[in-house]
Design a protein around this ligand. Structure first.
Ligand code: TXA
Ligand code: MG
Length: 347
């Protein structure tokens, strides 16, 4: 049985947080809200507890987990050293959606790092996440709280869809805000490299530390030699095929209409994930508007819920509209390209 506890997102009641913290200390699994998506937490110091995360998610064992801390003092025992750029980034973006990949200290269980000599660490900007980690008094390893490969959960309801009965407890504090996961930044390389675009944009990072590279795998492109194990798996995907169409709104709308008509002629039920710019040109059917192209942050925050929503309406195929890969649009396009698993058209 999974205990379900509703908590206030701003001032969570301490008895509930302490109960959940106790579960973590004893090797259990607790799903909790962060500012990006819901996470599935276990003690980062307990290899057995971390192995359970991999079991319940069906996660490939070579994909390392991010360790969540409630303060800088928790960082020390986890990493061997960090560069001056890490100090600047922590000051600028923590708590927040930025994961720093740093040299791992010997004490970090190999279940967490998947055998790598680095560890990804972040301090989440959510009062419930911070209170939970502080109450447990230990760093918390947490992937997104979905079955491996599925769209990440942005509500407690999504977590229950995937993991009800398989985990010890869930803290429900309403929808996550950012909607896409943290940016994963490798600080071990000479020039910092974005391994996964996310809630902090490349533009924001460069204002603080100058030049950063974006790994070729990070925009959903070439992953033949992945730097981050997570890059090589099909991911974020609904249960039905997703076809991604990228380009100018006018031409995208025309192509989406044409594709939808073709699929319908074959008797398929079609769902469309559109933007405000094209939705008016797509007649009827199952159209979900993710938001305006002018506001990629709004699209990011609705993206995963929209994919689950379309799937829930029983469509056979999802047609999705691409947006400009700038700002948060880069993270959105990374998720969509990977959900499409190669079914991408540029018009
Ligand atoms: O926003 C987030 O980051 C959420 C919330 C729960 O904090 N967590 C999350 O975890 O998205 P997960 O496990 O779904 O994704 C972690 C990503 C994977 O792509 C993994 O390969 C990468 O981070 N990663 C973790 N540790 C790494 C390391 N040492 N080196 C390279 N990549 C690493
Ligand atoms: Mg994930």
């Amino acid at each position: 049985r999974t205990a379900y506890w509703q908590v206030d997102p701003v001032e969570p009641r301490s008895e509930i947080i302490d109960r959940a913290g106790m579960i973590l200390r004893r090797g259990g699994l607790v799903a909790f809200p962060t500012e990006t998506v819901y996470g599935l937490g276990a003690s980062a110091l307990d290899g057995r507890a971390v192995r359970r995360i991999f079991e319940v998610k069906g996660r490939p064992p070579d994909n390392p987990l991010i360790v969540h801390v409630a303060g800088r003092e928790m960082l020390r025992p986890l990493v061997r050293s960090w560069p001056a750029t890490a100090e600047k980034l922590m000051a600028a973006f923590w708590p927040g959606p930025l994961t720093l990949v740093l040299p791992a200290a010997p004490g970090v269980p190999r279940e967490v790092t998947a055998g790598l000599d680095t560890v990804g660490i972040r301090m989440p900007a959510h009062p419930v996440a911070l209170a939970l980690i502080a109450s447990a008094g230990i760093p918390v390893a947490a992937p997104s709280a979905n079955l491996s490969g599925r769209p990440s959960p942005t509500t407690a309801g999504h977590v229950l869809q995937d993991l009800n009965g398989r985990i010890d407890a869930i803290l429900d504090a309403g929808p996550a805000g950012v909607g896409v996961e943290s940016t994963v930044l490798d600080l071990v390389a000479d020039v910092p490299v974005i391994l996964r675009p996310g809630g902090i944009t490349p533009e924001e990072l460069e204002k603080v530390i100058g030049k950063v590279k974006v790994d070729p795998g990070a925009d959903g492109g070439d992953v033949s030699r992945p730097r981050s194990p997570g890059m090589k798996y099909r991911h974020y995907a609904p249960r039905v095929p997703l076809v991604l169409v990228e380009g100018e709104p006018e031409r995208v709308a025309a192509r989406l209409k044409e594709l939808a008509d073709n699929y319908r002629a074959l008797g398929r039920r079609v769902g469309i994930l559109a933007t405000a710019e094209t939705a008016g040109k797509l007649n009827g059917g199952q159209v979900v508007v993710a938001g305006s192209r002018q506001n990629p942050a709004a699209i990011a925050s609705r993206l995963f819920a929209a994919l689950r929503q379309l799937e829930g309406r029983g469509v056979d195929v999802i047609l999705a509209e691409g947006i400009e890969p700038r700002g948060l649009g880069l993270a959105v396009m990374n998720r969509l390209r990977r959900a499409a698993g190669g079914h991408i058209e540029r018009v």
